[in-house]
Design a protein around this ligand. Structure first.
Ligand code: ATP
Length: 356
């Protein structure tokens, strides 16, 4: 029976509060399962780690993460802890580069009970793929007295990989009956040569997938259509910075950051973490919404099942996601961001109960 080793970064702020109940859920599922086991390596990393040790992402943590079957990360960074140049501590971004996690997977699903601001958003289901290792985030920035510059980097190799990832996902979703088989390249090819290049590489890859429709949209129009016609999207692929912004818009469509899971996937490694940050304004009170973290763990089970050809594990990923959806649909247990009074642990306990 496979025993999956998971590298765990609790990080900062609400990180510990949402990770602990998520690990309890995973541990309970592993113990119940007849076909898989799971063990966890708790690793230091983040802003608090930096202020205590001078290292935001210790080399030993990276090595353990590299050897793990998957990485589960809550959130990292604190507004008051910064590098000498004034930037925030963001080891989660470093990890994407170190491990080559080029495909940032941001599902946008509206299921019953979610506090979506869109009246006509029932059954919304699309996936935004954010390239996560280059784009504007590859920039090292130059600041002079009266001028600052950042550089955007797009490479053929990474654009091909992330485009293929998007087309493979669209094919999988079509096979599962979840989408029409369409990939939209989101760019600003009308203004910037770098985005025209991104689009041309995307178009080259599209020719390998005659069964999948390839379309294009400018990023500004995409922001509008995500609100006015979200149903036109199935899988979208875009540059890092555009993806960063649009994925928060996607979380907004779902009703808030507390419901938005994500995965950052490369050829050999994957990190699963909620879209939200460390929420310092509510940290330490035990009231954070754990659903995005638990849904990220469900994505991890699904990915492990897929990559290891282990269908019961995939089924358990779906079971965990459906348990969260049932709790949200019932509306009995609601955390503060949902207008309720449930604590983090009470919300997670409701998921455990829904799992049976
Ligand atoms: P980052 O830059 O790291 O993404 P941020 O400062 O933009 O982080 P978050 O830390 O995600 O933002 O917090 C944004 C807002 O959303 C805050 O008001 C926070 O309390 C709220 N929030 C984020 N995550 C949760 C959660 N799990 N439960 C409840 N509220 C949350």
């Amino acid at each position: 029976m496979p025993d999956f080793r998971i590298a765990v970064f609790e990080g900062d702020g609400i990180g510990r509060e949402i990770m602990a109940p998520t690990l309890r859920l995973l541990d309970g599922m592993a113990r119940q399962s007849q076909t898989w086991r799971m063990s966890f390596d708790m690793l230091p990393g983040g802003a608090q780690c930096y202020s205590e040790t001078g290292e935001a992402l210790p080399a030993a943590s990276v090595e353990t993460a590299r050897r793990a079957d998957a990485i589960l990360l809550a959130a990292m960074g604190l507004p008051d802890v910064r590098y000498p140049d004034g930037t925030e501590i963001t080891p989660q971004i470093d990890l994407r580069k170190i491990l080559g996690l080029y495909a940032g997977v941001r599902p946008v699903r509206v299921t019953p009970g979610l506090p979506t601001p869109l009246a006509a958003a029932r059954d919304l289901d699309f996936v935004l793929i954010r390239e996560s290792t280059e784009g504007l985030f590859a920039s090292v920035g130059e600041v002079e007295a009266d001028e600052a510059r950042e550089t955007l980097k797009i490479t053929r190799a990474v654009t091909e990989k992330v485009s293929r990832f998007a087309f493979d996902l669209a094919r999988q979703r079509k096979a599962d009956g979840r989408g029409p088989g369409r990939v939209t390249c989101v760019d600003k090819a009308n203004v910037f040569p770098a985005f025209a290049f991104f689009r041309s590489v995307f178009d080259d890859v599209a020719r390998e997938y005659p069964d999948i429709e390839a379309t294009h949209a400018y990023v500004d129009a995409t922001a509008l259509w995500m609100v006015t016609q979200p149903g036109r999207f199935d899988v979208m692929v875009t540059e890092n910075m555009f993806g960063d912004i649009l994925s928060d818009l996607g979380a907004g469509l779902m009703g808030g950051l507390g419901f938005a899971p994500s995965a950052d996937i490369g050829d050999d490694h994957a990190v699963f973490q909620p879209c939200h940050g460390t929420a310092p304004d509510i940290a330490g009170r035990g009231i954070a919404n754990p659903f995005a973290m638990i849904l990220s763990a469900a994505m991890m089970l699904d990915w492990l099942g897929e990559t290891h050809g282990h269908s019961p594990l995939r089924a358990d990923g779906a079971r965990l996601r459906q348990a969260v959806e049932r709790v949200i649909a019932e509306g009995r247990v609601r955390t503060a961001d949902m207008g309720g009074t449930a604590t983090t642990d009470e919300a997670a306990a409701a998921v455990a109960e829904a799992l049976g």
